[in-house]
Design a protein around this ligand. Structure first.
Ligand code: NAD
Length: 298
């Protein structure tokens, strides 16, 4: 069941996601401020347009994958925003990671314009975007979710409905805050063991089989050389950048303040990753937080 889709924002994530929609046979038009990003997709068989308004003409579904909340608001709200230009039959899916309040604001404006909107941030990184195995975490009406599901399945493996508007963003923020805590805790335990002369591979195996086992330890070990194929074993290149983790921890922190929610562990993780970025590690994978706990002494 092929649809006419417009994809806006063809960066590290959006580019490969859009390519998977073309591969699935959808009629895809793309738009990005970068003409190079557009060119990469037209060479895969997507159509391009001179303006964003032109790009969404005739679209049944509009998907956006933009850096942050301000970009999402710029695209959808205001007199030149897409919500003023789209027919009410359009399904709009925003997969950017943004504050739940911002997503709710755009959703309210969409509802006022009679347009169906859903927040659908993703987990799985650039690797998951390329492989088409992303996890989509959706917030919106149940019928919007059912309409979106077959389209999202061309780009992802697990498609969740978290709840009403904004819930996708809330669930994403909770997950990434927990991930940052688990990665920090795992790095801390490994460094303590090594300071005592333990082999990090042996200690990892013991903790994996014991009650300390967790995703960071089990499949994304932060100690160089313990596990093959993870960023720690290639100088922390590739993977999920410290800068992006910092962005998500900032969203969690802001949200906790707004909701008067205590997040002592999340706040500590946010500061650890901010200090780590300040030391010039923002462009490394987030498992490089290991370096914060342990350095070879010569
Ligand atoms: P990116 O910076 O690589 O890409 C963003 C793209 O949006 C760029 O090509 C930019 O030119 C384009 N853009 C910006 N403003 C625009 C506008 N007004 N109109 C059209 N295009 C515009 O970012 P990314 O890594 O692809 O991330 C996108 C979103 O996904 C972010 O919210 C990020 O937090 C989230 N995310 C990223 C990852 C990851 O590993 N990179 C993982 C999960 C979620």
């Amino acid at each position: 069941n092929m649809a006419t889709i417009t994809f806006i924002g063809l960066g590290n994530m959006g580019g490969p996601m859009a390519a998977n929609l073309v591969k699935a046979g959808h009629d895809l038009t793309v738009f990005d401020l970068s003409s190079e990003a557009v060119k990469a997709l037209t060479s895969e068989g997507a159509k391009s347009a001179a303006t964003i308004q032109e790009a969404v003409e005739g679209a049944e579904v509009v998907i956006s994958m933009l850096p942050a909340g301000q970009h999402v608001e710029a695209v959808y709200l205001g007199d030149n925003g897409l919500l003023k230009n789209l027919p009410s039959t359009t399904l709009v899916i925003d997969s950017s990671t943004i504050a739940p309040e911002t997503a709710k604001g755009v959703a309210e404006a969409a509802v006022a314009a009679g347009i169906t909107f859903m927040d659908a941030p993703v987990s799985g990184g650039v690797g998951g975007a390329k492989a088409g195995t992303l996890t989509f975490i959706c917030g919106g009406e149940a019928d919007a979710f059912e309409r979106a599901k077959p389209v999202l399945e061309c780009m992802g493996k697990n498609i969740f409905h978290a709840g009403p508007h904004g819930s996708g963003q809330v669930a994403k923020i909770c997950n990434n805050m927990l991930l940052a805590i688990l990665m920090s805790g795992t790095s801390e335990a490994l460094a303590l063991g090594v300071k005592n002369g333990l082999d990090p591979a042996v200690l990892s195996e013991i903790m994996k089989q014991s009650s300390g086992g967790n995703w960071a330890l089990n499949v994304y070990n932060p100690w160089p050389g313990v596990m093959e194929g993870v960023p720690a074993s290639r100088d922390y290149e590739g993977g999920f950048l410290v800068n992006l983790m910092n962005k998500d921890l900032g969203l969690a922190f802001d949200n906790a303040v707004k909701n008067q929610a205590p997040i002592p562990m999340g706040s500590l993780a946010r500061n650890l990753f901010a200090l780590h970025a300040n030391e010039g590690n923002g462009g490394l994978d987030f498992s490089s937080i290991q370096k914060f706990y342990y350095r070879e002494q010569n």
